[in-house]
Design a protein around this ligand. Structure first.
Ligand code: ZN
Length: 282
């Protein structure tokens, strides 16, 4: 099949005016990378889990519906389009949290928000059965802990459904997609960079990535054995006989084509998100 896209990598400049000193200083120019063309995308598989724990309210993810998760993933992919990386949703599952006794013993599981709930103690609640030989990435949603999210290594991230962020100009309009994108950034080898507009800044709504970060993330993505390029997914989709896997692949291809075609930039989210819904059939 002929790929309908020509290379449309581009750079736009967004001029931000500071309300306090615009008369005195030249406003800063912020470089915004546009989405890469479809055939440049690196596609990584992603599984989403809602951790369930009826008697441990802080673990028990109970706010996020499937449509919420689809919306979140559209926004995550809008952010990562700047790097030409696409997270292909493999599944959304509810799974029972494990090893809850330690959290209960520590009295951390339902401690009030003012008390510390060390996020590292939450690593143990990930069900071992979800870890079997999976080369893709996995995000576990829980209700609450002492950080917005954490990347545990081994392509595992945990994000709380009650995440809250400090808004910055041009930032994303919803915390969970930003926190999810940020933790996946750690999963692609990125450390923190405390430029508040940056995706890797702590606790802000910023979503920008710089050229060096994009290069690091793409290099690591390309090394993942489950990583596919656009044309590889296209081929896999055409040979796929399982209808549901075929649809997942087709949805991902359509979403990537739309991202490539529209050349969206990563800092606006809700408007952009509407145009790349993977569930949409045209
Ligand atoms: Zn971080």
């Amino acid at each position: 099949m002929k790929n309908p896209f020509t290379s449309i990598i581009g750079i736009a400049f967004l001029t931000l005016l500071s309300p306090t000193n615009q008369a005195q200083e030249k406003p800063p120019e912020i470089e915004i990378k546009l989405a890469k063309s479809a055939d440049e995308f690196l596609i990584l598989p992603l599984k989403i889990y809602r951790l369930k724990a009826a008697d441990v309210p802080d673990v028990d993810s109970r706010q996020l519906t499937d449509p919420d998760i689809h919306r979140i993933l559209i926004k995550v992919n809008t952010v990562w389009a700047a790097a030409g990386i696409y997270w292909k949703l493999e599944s959304i599952e509810n799974v029972n949290a494990e090893n809850l006794s330690r959290l209960k013993l520590l009295g951390l599981a339902d401690a009030p928000d003012t008390q510390k709930k060390p996020h590292l103690a939450f690593r143990d609640v990930i069900p071992e059965s979800t870890r079997k030989d999976y080369p893709g990435y996995q995000v576990y949603y829980i209700h609450d802990f002492d950080v917005n999210g954490v990347y545990f290594g081994r392509r595992e991230a945990m994000v709380k459904e009650t995440a809250a962020l400090r808004p910055v100009e041009g930032g994303i309009d919803e915390p969970i997609p930003r926190v999810t994108s940020h933790e996946l950034g750690h999963g692609l080898g990125l450390p923190h960079r405390q430029d508040r507009l940056n995706l890797m800044a702590s606790g802000t709504t910023g979503t920008l990535l710089n050229t060096a970060e994009i290069a690091i993330a793409r290099e690591l993505a390309a090394k993942n054995p489950a990583c596919m390029k656009y044309n590889e997914l296209q081929k896999k989709m055409s040979l796929e006989t399982n209808p549901s896997k075929k649809k997942t692949a087709l949805d991902a291809l359509k979403a990537i084509e739309t991202i490539g075609n529209k050349s969206i930039h990563p800092v606006r989210s809700s408007m952009d998100a509407e145009i790349i819904s993977p569930g949409e059939t045209k």
